[in-house]
Design a protein around this ligand. Structure first.
Ligand code: FAD
Length: 396
């Protein structure tokens, strides 16, 4: 290995986190040489990454905003006995948009390091050998001043214990206009016997909609027939004429409750690999953008230290998010879980909702989320006791 690093930054993993880091570096460090490595044949997979616009710091907007594919001024949630419009702007980045934007940073750079031009290599798995060295395809070693582990979720699930969010999403082109102009982030059917489940609706254009079935459950399995039934019922109710299926996405996200789900390795880890996602909501965007900003603004020799210090500062919030999962999966019966989310939207004003999703919530916010009436807030004594001992997961 040569003593002068071939690249300033080597990003391993070209999913959400890896691509956001590439964009933040292109903006804040245009002189840097950056290598982005992805084992799949293409960057970014097949996702629709939504977020509250309040998740993204003003300082990140210059490089982040061009990546946004769809925006809405607010969204709706629907529960049995509660319907609410939340006036927090909501937005989405699609895999296609992020892939295109990241490819445009690469231009025609080829495989050689050149300041201001991202080098992208796909189709080869990569090992991280040391804080400044990666191995491509099991043979070729490349030296980088800073290596970042953005390899996503490790195979084999979460350490310690988790429930799961599973999804099946169908994107349709409809013959007539879709009746809703804004997303419905949770449309919760009255029958909740199978655990907390809901339909997520994202109008992507006048005649395009993504309908996604989501379930929070002990089992990492999505009930396909139930998903199909709820999606068909919504299509019929919307009255938008015949619907042509143009894309599907599916996935499973562990919601850890026992231990931090981060991978130990020689390099700083971002995204899911480093625990830079919201354990209680499953949204990655707020923390992935924060991680990208941290990397790009830190001096290269300070990147690891700054990331470690930011993670330490966020430790209590991460612990609280996992604690909420623990309550959800260990304390509350599957058929009652939806009431926790209904209460969240019933009692919280918009600024607390925004801080919660953005992973910037305060101690006061945490207390308001947990304690009080109506169901299922915990009375103060039960709240205190729940930190000390919780039963194992409830049988379903
Ligand atoms: C169906 C679904 C819907 C979701 N919706 C949202 C949402 O609306 N909003 C939101 O914020 N979050 C959402 N999430 C969560 C979010 O998608 C993930 O948490 C996020 O993608 C994590 O980003 P990441 O970069 O860490 O991992 P990933 O996006 O999974 O990227 C990791 C990349 O690393 C690559 N890789 C792995 N190992 C290697 C290796 N050895 N060498 C080279 N490359 C490697 C992988 O191929 C992959 O491309 C959703 C998740 C699912 C499953």
């Amino acid at each position: 290995m040569t003593s002068v690093p071939e690249f300033d930054y080597g990003i391993v993993g070209g999913g959400l986190q890896g691509c956001l880091v590439a964009h933040a570096l292109a903006w804040h460090r245009p002189e840097a040489t950056v290598l982005l490595l992805e084992q799949a044949d293409e960057l970014c997979g097949n996702h629709t990454w939504s977020f509250h616009e309040t998740d993204v710091a003003e300082s990140a907007k210059s490089w982040f905003d061009p990546l946004v594919a769809h925006r809405w001024p607010g969204y709706r949630v629907r529960f049995p006995t509660l319907s609410r419009r939340v006036k927090i702007p909501y937005a989405t980045i699609t895999s296609d948009r992020l892939r295109e934007g990241t490819r445009s940073l690469a231009g025609g750079a080829g495989g050689l390091a050149r300041p201001g031009r991202l080098v992208v290599r796909t189709g080869e798995s990569c090992d991280i050998l040391a804080p400044n060295a990666v191995r491509l395809g099991g043979t070729a070693d490349v030296s980088c001043r800073v290596v970042l582990d953005c390899r996503g979720r490790a195979e084999g699930g979460s350490p310690g214990g988790a429930g799961y969010q599973t999804f099946i999403g169908h994107e349709y082109e409809t013959a007539r206009c879709w009746p809703a102009a804004e997303p419905t982030v949770m449309d919760v059917p009255a029958d909740q016997a199978a655990g907390f489940e809901f339909l997520y609706e994202l109008p992507l254009g006048p005649d395009r909609v993504l309908l996604e079935y989501t379930r929070f459950h002990e089992e990492p399995v999505c009930p396909e027939s139930r998903a199909a039934a709820l999606i068909s019922a919504r299509l019929a109710e919307a009255g938008a004429g015949s619907a042509k299926l143009i894309r599907t996405e599916h996935g499973c996200l562990p919601m850890p409750y026992a231990a931090p789900a981060s991978r130990d390795g020689p390099s700083p880890a971002g995204g899911y690999a480093g625990g830079w996602y919201h354990a209680a909501t499953g949204y990655s965007m707020p923390l992935a953008v924060r991680f990208a900003e941290l990397v790009a603004r830190a001096r290269p020799d300070r990147v690891a230290a700054e990331i470690a210090s930011a993670a330490a500062e966020d430790r209590l919030r991460r612990g609280f998010a996992r604690f909420l999962n623990r309550l959800l999966f260990c304390l509350v019966k599957p058929e009652d879980r939806w009431k926790i989310f209904r209460r969240f939207y019933r009692v919280l004003p918009e600024e607390r909702i925004a801080r919660f999703y953005a992973h910037r919530f305060t101690v006061n916010d945490a207390a308001r989320i947990m304690i009080g009436w109506p169901p299922i807030g915990l009375a103060p004594i039960r709240f205190a006791r729940s930190f000390v001992s919780l039963p194992g997961p409830l049988p379903t």
